[in-house]
Design a protein around this ligand. Sequence first.
Ligand code: PLP
Length: 373
Amino acid sequence: MVQEPTLFIDLNALAHNFGVLKQKLNTDTKFLAVVKASSYGHAPGVVAQKLVDLGVDYFGVAYALEGAELRAAGIKKPILLLHPMAAHFDQILEQNLEPSLYSVYLMRLWIDFLESKNITDYPVHIKFNSGLNRLGIALAEIPEIVSAINGTNSLKICSVFSHLGASDDPNAEEFTRDQIARYISFYNTFTQKMRDNNPEFIIPWRHLCNTSGVLNYPEAQYDMVRCGIGLYGYGNDSKHDRLLRPVAQLKAPILQIHHVSAGQSVGYNHGFIAEQPTVIASLPLGHADGLHRIFGKKNGCVWIHNQPAHILGNVCMDMLMVDVTNIPCKPGDTAVIFDQQHGAQNLAEGAGTISYELLTGLSKRIKRSFLSE
Ligand SMILES: *Cc1c(COP(=O)(O)O)cnc(C)c1O
């Protein structure tokens, strides 16, 4: 029974998933837990603290603000800032975040900023564009970054990394193998050039794999891996999903039941018109909660007494209506939007999206409740 929409967060499942991912790794491979977007919609502080207790080495976030949230929650571990922007340089420094330098432009701005503050040996990570064509430095830009790095004492190069674009797709193995090869060639060329100039240059770590990289290409784990979705229980493939346990379960109470007759409509703009007498349950979750309109018009279903109830018509801002014609139920009964049995990936896939989007879209106004032991 739930009295309001609640996202239950099972910290034991988090521990289980961490264990599953760790099992794929050599004992000395470091583990960076990706906790961007409020830990993929879960709840940043508590999840990160649990991950510290479990033994993660590093955290990764997208925005400086997210790094500041972790620091405010008492997290002392190093934090890699994946997508830094010049507007946040002061905050990066204040919160002791380690920026990814993904372009020559950003690298120059960051060096100027550090030099203006007389800061030396600030930890940074070089990001290579191995084929995703999102953020990253090109192979041809190595001479420029080497001279920029050699021209300053403000940087300490901790790692050189890249990001896989299709590690979850078995049909894209050739593309992924190419990315791996391009990454290693960038890494070798860069470190060789740095060493030519300075034999004391400390060899940076290598990291490339996200969750699907770890699960499908464990041989490319190198010195560290960066896992997000797997920690939260999704492996982008049913064979991996079986080993993992969804951390989040979203439930909501039925607020009201309506009996509509043939010809009557349900929701805004007559989004559903009953062809026969139909029983409707209204649930207090809507597009403002991250249950997007795409889930309406029977693209999604929820589970009431373990039976599927399709979402009818248009999802409203705060509310959605489901078909319970064949499900005996009453106000106060619980509707499961997703849980360990009915995973978020199924709901997401039915509407043409992915677990990542569904989870990270869940709004702050949904109550979070933690389950452990
Ligand atoms: C989000 C992100 C990850 C985590 O990916 P998952 O598929 O959730 O494991 C890793 N690396 C980078 C650069 C990312 O942006």
